[in-house]
Design a protein around this ligand. Structure first.
Ligand code: PEP
Length: 249
């Protein structure tokens, strides 16, 4: 069965609630006829505003992270239950900026992914290699290990419906995109890891996005590759016109 493409916008720490309102109002008519699943991931503070605005549209709402505990003494964190209650259905987990600046590890990525699944939120699990790792031929080993650790203890039925984002760190926010061949090949390697762990049916069902300087100019050629099921978009998700062009590649 063909996998439905999924285009998600990671707004990072951009957009106040008022700015989010403007961006979403502009985006709604532009993506209403998109064939792909369309997701926006605003900062937490803008999520309630966003939730009201996207009601009844084809735009789904995602968070940029999730804590693994349901509640408790975790100052500054947000739980899956809280996000679910305000209408969040996806959560980016283990983005390289979280791994690089906030001490996220493969173990905490796994815990966060499990918490999302338990709350009925679809995780978008990010994996990807650094420039040095690519240049020294370690890409496949790195992304396979990250995938295996992120999925540890998660059942096949849940793996089938989650999303993995292959994001080479050297391509994020740099304007440098992986070539379509590089992206396709590494995503094939991630799918093969899922196949080894869960079998063919699960591997064929799981959606794997590419992320890293994807924009209106390169989206079509990336999306034409057989292994690439969508995109996780940073910079280009902050302009309605650009994001809609990617969503309708
Ligand atoms: C990202 O942060 O997930 C990302 C892909 O960013 P950009 O599109 O700006 O490279």
């Amino acid at each position: 069965m063909a996998r439905k493409p999924i285009i998600a916008g990671n707004w990072k720490m951009n957009m106040t609630p008022a700015e989010a309102k403007e961006l979403i109002a502009a985006l709604i008519p532009l993506v209403q006829d998109a064939a792909a699943d369309v997701v926006i991931c605003p900062p937490y503070l803008a999520i309630p505003t966003a939730a009201e605005l996207v009601k009844g549209t084809n735009i789904a709402l995602g968070a940029q992270n999730i804590h693994w505990a349901e509640k408790g003494a975790f100052t500054g964190e947000i739980s899956a239950k809280m996000l679910k209650e305000v209408g969040v259905s996806y959560a980016i987990i283990g983005h390289s900026e979280r791994r690089q600046y906030f001490g996220e590890t493969d173990e905490t990525v796994n815990m966060r992914a499990k918490a999302a699944i338990a709350a009925g939120i679809t995780p978008i699990i990010c994996v990807g290699e650094s420039l040095e790792e690519r240049e020294t031929g370690k890409t496949e080993a790195i992304v396979s290990a990250q995938t295996e650790k992120a999925l540890a203890g998660i059942e096949a039925k849940d793996v089938k419906i989650l999303v993995i984002a292959y994001e080479p760190i050297w391509a994020i926010g740099t304007g440098k995109t992986a070539t379509k061949e590089q992206a396709n090949e590494t995503i094939a390697c991630i799918r093969n890891t899922v196949k080894k762990l869960y079998g063919e049916e699960t591997a064929e069902a799981v959606r794997i996005q590419y992320g890293g300087s994807m924009n209106p100019k390169n989206a079509a050629e990336l999306m034409a590759m057989p292994e690439i099921d969508g995109g996780l978009i940073g910079g280009a998700s902050l302009k309605a016109e650009d994001f809609s062009k990617v969503a309708k590649y």
